[in-house]
Design a protein around this ligand. Structure first.
Ligand SMILES: [Zn+2]
Length: 251
């Protein structure tokens, strides 16, 4: 059975990860190239907007989506970023920044309707996360680059686990690195926590070294969504996606 996963809950990457689409391709052929797509506001508007900006899902929106998942016997993994990094580089814990949304997810976790996963402390490089006037800042919206100090990996892992475990009042056992970027330094830090699984598209960046006590799950088999998909679409979209998926995966 396929697993469903929704990433980026609580992450300010939805505001600040701004880059413009320069290449417009169809069936592998680029028919339009716009080198200025990263300039100023262009990166925020259609058709150049590559990612941001969109708003956090509300508690009401979650209620509707959770009901659809529940009615289709899907228990999604909800990957939460433990703090929102604001424009002044303050880190605001998820339950403080989005209390109603957090309460809805807590209730869903208590009822066994979702599995909460750790999607990092910040999702980004704090201080380098704001949009650039003329460049993409996509690289700064990955948190666990191998060239960052071990201490940073450790702090971010331990702090995010603490925030999520305290609030959701349960062990958090799944870690989903932002942008599939993680390192042996991240693994060393994870060993000090309750994390039992790392789910990502690829293994640690700098090594193939086997892990002990933590399992790596390549997420090829997952239906991967971002909260962005749920925010920019609607109930009808999700219902259709689920039924299409079920049609294609009938035994
Ligand atoms: Zn993410």
């Amino acid at each position: 059975m396929k697993q469903w996963r929704i990433d980026d809950i609580g992450a300010s990457t939805k505001y600040y990860n701004q880059w413009g689409r320069q290449k417009f391709s169809w069936r592998g052929i680029t028919y339009f190239y716009f080198p200025w797509a990263n300039y100023g506001f262009l990166k925020r508007v259609w058709p150049f907007r590559g990612w941001a900006k969109y708003e956090e899902l509300t508690a009401e929106e979650w209620q509707k989506y959770l009901e659809i998942f529940y009615n289709n016997q899907i228990k999604p993994i909800v990957a939460v970023t433990a703090t929102w990094v604001d424009e002044k580089s303050n880190l605001i814990p998820f339950p403080e920044k989005f209390p109603a949304e957090a309460a809805t997810l807590k209730q869903a976790a208590d009822e066994g309707r979702i599995t909460v996963a750790n999607h990092g402390l910040t999702h980004c490089l704090v201080g380098r996360h704001l949009p650039h006037f003329r460049y993409s800042n996509r690289k700064a919206h990955r948190e666990f680059w191998p060239d960052l100090p071990s201490e940073l990996h450790r702090e971010h892992i331990l702090e995010s686990q603490k925030i999520l475990e305290d609030y959701f009042a349960r062990k958090i056992e799944i870690f989903v690195p932002s942008g599939n970027v993680w390192s042996i330094k991240t693994y060393e830090a994870l060993k000090e926590t309750n994390i039992k699984k790392v789910i990502a598209a690829r293994y640690m960046l700098e090594t193939n070294k086997a892990m002990e006590g933590i399992e790596f799950i390549q997420d090829d088999n997952f239906v991967r969504l971002h909260d962005r998909d749920l925010k920019l679409h609607n109930i009808k979209w999700l219902t259709k996606k689920i039924s299409l998926y079920e049609k294609n995966n009938k035994r």
